[in-house]
Design a protein around this ligand. Structure first.
Ligand SMILES: [Zn+2]
Length: 136
């Protein structure tokens, strides 16, 4: 992958990282609700739900930051844009849509197929013994 293209992605990652961390600073102050306005249980429940939602959002952001960090590390190591599985270049169009992608389209599709197979395998687990005896 060309150096100028890699640098473009690097700027995108650093900007996204900065924004997430900046948002975090804005959200924090009201993360803990004031003890004064904590009237009844209904409001408390709503507050809990809101906090739970924020935590989920927050976890997603942390996960994304982790992916950004991994992508930045790959840039440092000079392997950014290479498929983790087959080592081929990941399609640029795919990277532009999903900069933290670590698999090329065909490897990703293969992985998703495998996941579907695993999921259906789990669904039919109760049939496992029957299937085994049929094939035996
Ligand atoms: Zn691949």
């Amino acid at each position: 992958m060309r150096k100028s293209v890699v640098n473009k992605f690097k700027r995108v990652f650093e900007e996204e990282r900065r924004q997430i961390l900046y948002n975090d600073r804005i959200l924090r102050p009201d993360f803990n609700v004031n003890d004064d306005d904590r009237p009844d249980e209904v409001d408390q429940a709503a507050t809990d739900a809101e906090q739970a939602m924020r935590m989920r959002l927050r976890n997603r952001e942390l996960l994304y930051i982790k992916k950004i960090d991994q992508a930045l590390t790959r840039i440092e190591e000079g392997i950014f844009g290479e498929c983790n599985s087959c080592g081929e270049d990941i399609e640029l169009r795919r990277l532009e849509a999903r900069p933290t992608a670590t698999l090329c389209v065909s490897c990703k599709e293969e992985e998703e197929r495998a996941e579907v197979l695993t999921a259906s395998g789990r669904r039919h687990k109760s049939l496992g013994d029957t299937l085994h005896s049929v094939h035996a």
